[in-house]
Design a protein around this ligand. Structure first.
Ligand SMILES: NC(=O)c1ccc[n+]([C@@H]2O[C@H](COP(=O)([O-])OP(=O)(O)OC[C@H]3O[C@@H](n4cnc5c(N)ncnc54)[C@H](O)[C@@H]3O)[C@@H](O)[C@H]2O)c1
Ligand SMILES: [Zn+2]
Length: 689
């Protein structure tokens, strides 16, 4: 038996001794939620019944602390628990007659809230409240769900857990299931918990520690039994050999923009790819064709992954993709029509979330990167469940109508309606060169704030790490990636853009911004200086622009490129002929690309900064001294000098340039291409003409 099959207890008595009852509940919840073998992200809930004083009357009351709506038990804090009066829960129970009242009962839960706690109680509250024990855990362990998804789940529950766990068949969570669970526990005081068909595990005990240990014990029992009994090779063995790792990644990179282009009509999608061993075991197996269409079992799984995945052959051409994706949508619409009720919400996005590619791995697409990643993790949960269940019995997905009733539950719809409106750049992917610098990082910040995924590319690895870490902290680790790249190297540029596609599934925005300055009178300009300036600025912008253009064209969703040129790209200035000419070339390149890109909806525009001293590395070096000397002022007078020189008499900051770039990156400028925008506080010599 492999060592990591068994979950170890992480309970620390000394630490626990310092905690009160809510603290112990939180401690136990965080321990349980920190291991994906115990429960999936956001799945499961925990509770404790705690004696308290009523804040209004001072009377002694019993309060149920139970994980509220939203959040994840692994990372939740105390404010993630809803608190409800136990006696009021029982008053509602006394009023409950039949299933037609279920949704109204959920609304009535808000009348049970203790201490004006703003955390909304979830539909699982009932499953905790009526169990006559102080502590209850509910988790979605893959090992237990595997057993709960077998055709002979009742017999297996008995065989594996002896008399310790009872069994209840699948039923949508709500007061009705809560009452059944409570009655089962009351009638069978020897039971330590219950297996819920197709769904998961409930355990209960008198102390927080006992409840925690019991949950681990039951999961371990299931895992050990499965390990000993699963038929091998798993999934009937290999049908399609895995491609070499390099080729798997390359094929995923080729397919992702093609899929994304076909499924992003109603909402831009972000992608995620994995070729983890357990994924390859499944997608390469003989069992794939039989199991994939059955759909997932646990409701948590398919709410994220949709009822079933789409299988795509490696090497699929665009015509094949068109056919398969259209077929999936038609199947989904047919499922909706078969199952819809008179008051069902309108059909939602009919595209698949999970794409399985034999020999290659799994791609997922969702409204943002975090959701795509989590959906992919959920499908791995589903694979684990199918491996266990199909290895010891016959795997059963959730019946179609049950799945539909969860997916289109009016309460679920209400939750969706309450979600904040998507940000303007949500789901889009931007690639920014010089991303570690002043203007580049201000641009990244601006786009991240609007919900955009950002890939920062820069030659300066150290600054890049710092800037990226800061953004990951502020906006979440899913939103930002970085790649070290020299814009003068064709190979590095190609590889960097491939990274962007592999990480997010496509490309919508390219910000050509990496730059240096050079200054010398014409007769002192060496060929080396001239070439270096052109290599980084003009040729660098060309290489990045060309690769971005190729990806956008294949993806067929249009796109926006922004070239950060300079006031000097329009206005000649003395002592910097190489720089001015290279910057002018960037502007003209942008126009040429705007011309060719227009039929594909690829827009190319230019932002011209001037004298952005703050945050700019360019202005930290020699350039400042040269500029100060040529203006016969001190370096620290430069900012004031440029301010006074501008028409508006204002300083220009990196955020001002970022604002202009955001305008061109977003749909605000949907009807502009081939333009340039000066963000320089006004200089007559750079006026457009
Ligand atoms: N700051 C200004 O006053 C000003 C004015 C006009 C135009 N611009 C232009 O704005 C852009 C950004 O400038 P900034 O002020 O943020 O400067 P910055 O020096 O802060 O940022 C430029 C970034 O480009 C990176 N870089 C340099 N060479 C590279 C290469 N070969 N490959 C990849 N990355 C490379 C640098 O490491 C740096 O992080 C530049 O193109 C610059 O010419 C700036
Ligand atoms: Zn559940």
């Amino acid at each position: 038996m492999t060592k990591d099959l068994l979950l170890p207890s992480l309970w620390d008595d000394a630490h626990a001794a310092t905690l009160d009852e809510p603290g112990l509940l939180l401690y136990r919840s965080n321990l349980l939620g920190s291991d994906l073998r115990i429960t999936n992200f956001g799945g499961g809930n925990t509770s404790a019944k705690v004696a308290a004083k009523d804040p209004l009357t001072g009377a002694d009351v019993q309060v149920l602390w139970v994980k509220g709506s939203g959040g994840d038990i692994g990372s939740m804090k105390l404010d993630g628990f809803a608190t409800v009066y136990m006696d009021r829960l029982f008053q509602l129970r006394a009023q409950y007659r039949d299933l037609s009242q279920e949704d109204a009962m959920v609304e009535a839960l808000s009348h049970c809230i203790y201490n004006l706690n703003p955390r909304a109680p979830s539909i699982d509250t009932w499953l905790h409240g009526f169990v006559p024990r102080a502590h209850v855990d509910h988790v979605h362990s893959d090992a237990v769900i595997a057993i709960a998804a077998c055709a002979d789940q009742v017999r297996l529950t008995q065989e594996i857990f002896g008399g310790d766990l009872g069994y209840l068949p699948w039923q949508r969570p709500g007061i009705d299931l809560g009452i059944k669970l409570g009655e089962l526990a009351e009638r069978n005081p020897h039971l330590k918990g219950v297996v819920l068909g197709q769904h998961g595990l409930f355990t209960w005990a008198d102390t927080a520690k006992d409840c925690y240990l019991l949950t681990l014990e039951m999961i371990n029992k299931a895992a050990v039994w499965l390990d000993a009994n699963v038929k091998r090779p798993v999934f009937g063995g290999e049908r399609t050999p895995a491609l070499p790792a390099q080729d798997r990644k390359a094929e995923a990179r080729r397919l992702m923009p093609l899929i994304r282009g076909r499924i992003s009509a109603s909402e831009m999608k972000s992608g995620h790819f994995t070729d983890a061993p357990e994924v390859l075991d499944f997608v390469n197996s003989h069992a794939l064709d039989a199991l994939a269409p059955l759909g997932t079992s646990c409701p948590d799984h398919f709410l994220r992954t949709k009822i079933k995945p789409l299988v795509i052959p490696a090497g699929a051409d665009t015509a094949t993709l068109d056919t398969l994706i259209a077929q999936y949508r038609a199947d989904y619409a047919a499922y909706y029509d078969r199952c819809k009720r008179h008051n069902s919400p309108a059909i939602r996005d009919p595209n698949a979330v999970i794409y399985l590619i034999p020999g290659v791995g799994m791609i997922s697409f969702a409204k943002d990167k975090a959701t795509a990643r989590i959906s992919s993790e959920f499908y791995v949960n589903a694979i684990n469940v199918m491996r266990g269940a199909s290895g010891v019995s016959t795997y059963q997905g959730l019946p179609e109508q049950e799945a539909f009733d969860i997916e289109y539950w009016l309460l679920e719809e209400a939750k969706l309606q309450r979600m904040p409106k998507p940000k303007p750049m949500q789901g889009r992917v931007a690639f920014i060169t010089g991303g570690a610098g002043g203007i580049g990082s201000a641009t990244a910040d601006r786009l991240l704030r609007e919900g955009c995924n950002v890939v920062l590319a820069d030659i300066d690895a150290k600054s890049l790490d710092e800037v990226t870490a800061g953004f990951a902290k502020r906006y979440g680790r899913d939103m930002v990636r970085s790649v070290v790249m020299d814009v003068t190297s064709e190979a590095q540029v190609i590889a960097a853009l491939e990274t962007a596609v592999a990480e997010y599934g496509g490309l919508d925005v390219v910000v050509n911004n990496a730059g240096i300055t050079s200054a010398a009178a014409v007769e002192d300009t060496t060929l080396a200086m001239w070439n270096r300036t052109f290599d980084i600025l003009s040729t660098g912008y060309f290489l990045v622009g060309r690769e971005g253009y190729r990806i956008m064209k294949a993806q067929a969703l249009g796109g926006s490129m922004i070239f950060v040129s300079s006031k000097n790209g329009v206005a000649a200035s003395p002592g910097a002929s190489a720089y001015c000419t290279a910057k002018a070339a960037e502007i003209h390149l942008a126009r040429c690309m705007a011309l060719e890109g227009a039929p594909m909806g690829i827009r190319v525009n230019v932002v011209n900064p001037d004298a952005v001293l703050r945050g700019s590395k360019i202005w930290q070096g020699e350039w400042s001294q040269q500029r100060a000397a040529s203006n016969k002022i001190a370096v620290d007078e430069l900012e004031e000098h440029y301010r006074k020189r501008s028409l508006l008499q204002r300083s220009v900051f990196p955020e001002d340039i970022a604002e202009g770039i955001f305008f061109f990156a977003s749909d605000l400028s949907a009807k502009s291409t081939g333009n340039f925008l000066n963000v320089d506080a006004g200089n007559a010599i750079s006026f457009t003409r």
